[in-house]
Design a protein around this ligand. Structure first.
Ligand SMILES: [Zn+2]
Length: 253
């Protein structure tokens, strides 16, 4: 379970297992601050986004940390960010891994699954944006493999937090999604539902299990972004006017 916390008027979620890891800083944002419009959705020239970033990082104990940015494209691409020259340009991809200290990596979501990963000795962290396309492209599995090949971190040393995302209750999908995911165990069908519903969090959890992690290394949020209107932005619920949450992780120096 992830826990809801509030500091300096900013509400966010944290994973207790990640909090127990020395040097690891992390959080999943919500839409709640003084009002319910706390967002990170990019819209050109909106100064509130930078203010929100500064306030969020201060609330979670990462004031002033630079962020390495991703240009999210719903892919299976995992970026190795061990070079701060990436800080000024957003690299195309949907997951990032780094061993750098004092910087954050992060992903934005508003129904898709945000996933934060750290190893037991704070050698590396990862942030993943997993929508159905990234999940079908096995982005969680690829991230685990990259942490090993690039930074030497073994699956047995990882802790994974699967953040708030659209629940199986609300995530009706078409046949193309059923086909692309290719794992019948992560779909639910009910008489009152016209089409299959996808459990996107479970689909990613199973990728981590296949990659060699044990069940106890993975914590999954049970909150549905579509149902929990007071806490989360949801693209499927609010369409183009939906805001976005930011989920970040980093290693303290
Ligand atoms: Zn729901």
């Amino acid at each position: 379970m992830l826990q809801v916390k509030r500091k300096s008027q900013i509400t966010f979620l944290q994973c207790e297992a990640l909090n127990g890891r020395p040097h690891i800083v992390h959080a999943f944002s919500t839409r709640r601050s003084e009002r319910n419009d706390f967002t990170f959705r990019a819209s050109s020239g909106n100064p509130i986004l930078e203010i929100n970033r500064v306030r969020f990082l201060a609330a979670i104990g990462a004031a002033g940390w630079p962020s390495l940015k991703l240009k999210q494209v719903h892919s299976g691409i995992v970026r190795d960010m061990n070079d701060t020259s990436a800080a000024n340009e957003a690299l195309e991809g949907d997951a990032a891994v780094t061993g750098l200290r004092g910087v954050l990596i992060g992903v934005q979501t508003a129904d898709c699954v945000p996933i934060l990963v750290a190893d037991s000795q704070a050698r590396a962290v990862a942030a993943i944006h997993a929508g159905w396309r990234g999940t079908a492209a096995r982005i969680a599995d690829t991230t685990v493999k990259r942490l090993f090949s690039f930074l030497g971190v073994e699956p047995k040393d990882l802790t994974v937090a699967i953040g708030p995302h659209i629940g199986v209750c609300c995530y009706e999908v078409g046949d193309e999604v059923v086909e692309a995911i290719g794992d019948p165990a992560v779909f639910e069908r009910r008489a009152e539902w016209p089409r299959a519903h996808l459990n996107l969090g479970e689909a990613n959890r199973r990728q981590f299990l296949n990659a060699g992690l044990l069940d106890e290394q993975i914590e999954t949020s049970s909150l549905c972004t579509h149902c929990s209107q007071d806490l989360f932005h949801s693209y499927r619920r609010d369409g183009k006017k939906a805001g976005a949450m930011l989920s970040v992780i980093g290693i303290a120096e």
